[in-house]
Design a protein around this ligand. Structure first.
Ligand SMILES: NC(=O)c1ccc[n+]([C@@H]2O[C@H](COP(=O)([O-])OP(=O)(O)OC[C@H]3O[C@@H](n4cnc5c(N)ncnc54)[C@H](OP(=O)(O)O)[C@@H]3O)[C@@H](O)[C@H]2O)c1
Length: 266
């Protein structure tokens, strides 16, 4: 695959790393205005660093846009004349709709929006994808790229904001739950490092159980709750204190906020 990443910052660099380490590229162009922070990538075979978005587009088929939202319009105007029917545009930019992208580059272009999360740095991103009508013809290409960097799901564009809350902000929500579990483990006698190991690997094990078995979480809970035992005692106390409810309310609050930010921007 001939890929360009326009705007190789935090997200762009994680994507680049994943593509290089999984041997996904025929060529990879990485752009940013100041190349010093990504100079190490210049040593990789088939990787070119450039400040020219146009050069990167001219030499690639798949264009991954990873700049901050404020820079996107300028870049799309800059590369638009070089886009042709071989190009697939994949935008990772939060809150920048397909309509807005089409208005800048044309409805006849293959346009995909991707919402990855920061676990992309370890090839474990849950990435939600959607596309314009034309882009649906090539969405499998975007899926193939992001499947190398974790797991993908194709959704309707109207759910991209929800996906941002559940998956992108979701990383922070899960971190808090793991931190709380760490704090409890310390109180129960482990030192801080042991506590973190126990909390994060137990969380990983729980998630992997569901991923592997596709069971409902409650099925796995039933397996570890003996009648009148310590697990159900702990679980019920957590629910009395509002565990599920606070998580759900927090995610709804996050969604309300993201919707408000978007409305204010319009
Ligand atoms: N982080 C996440 O969890 C996450 C998840 C999903 C989506 N996103 C989206 O990903 C995008 C990037 O986020 P980020 O955290 O990676 O931002 P970032 O670290 O600021 O990276 C953006 C990069 O774009 C470069 N840039 C700016 N103007 C440019 C131009 N004209 N041409 C080429 N490169 C240019 C900047 O480098 P120079 O200043 O050197 O040019 C910068 O390194 C955002 O739009 C965000 O909404 C992020």
């Amino acid at each position: 695959m001939k890929i360009a990443i326009l705007g190789t910052g935090n997200l762009g660099e994680s994507i680049a790393k994943g593509l290089i380490t999984t041997d996904a590229i025929t060529s990879l162009y990485l752009t940013k205005r100041d190349l010093s922070s990504i100079s190490e990538y210049g040593d990789y075979k088939n990787v070119e660093l450039t400040t020219s978005n146009l050069l990167a587009v001219e030499n690639s088929d798949i264009i991954i846009l990873a700049v901050q939202p404020v820079h996107l319009e300028k870049i799309l105007n800059e590369i638009s004349p070089a886009l042709n029917d071989k190009h697939i545009l994949i935008s990772t930019i939060t809150g920048f709709s397909i309509d807005k992208i089409e208005a800048l580059v044309g409805q006849d272009k293959f346009i995909v929006r991707a919402m990855p999360n920061t676990a992309i740095a370890v090839n474990k991103s849950m990435t939600c994808l959607c596309a314009n009508e034309k882009g649906l013809e090539r969405i499998k290409v975007a899926q193939a790229i992001f499947n190398r960097l974790g797991t993908t799901i194709i959704i309707k564009e109207r759910l991209m904001q929800s996906a941002t809350v559940v998956c992108a902000s979701g990383i922070a929500f899960w971190m808090r739950l793991i931190r709380a579990s760490t704090q409890a483990a310390i109180q129960l006698g482990f030192d801080a490092d042991e506590a973190k190991q126990l909390a994060m690997h137990t969380a990983e094990g729980a998630a992997n159980l569901l991923v592997t078995t596709q069971n409902h979480p409650e099925e796995e809970i039933d397996k570890v709750t003996t009648p009148m035992g310590c697990t159900i005692e702990g679980l019920n106390e957590m629910e009395h204190q509002g565990l599920s409810s606070s998580l759900i309310q927090g995610m709804i609050a996050s969604y309300n906020k993201i919707s408000k930010i978007k409305t204010e921007q319009i």
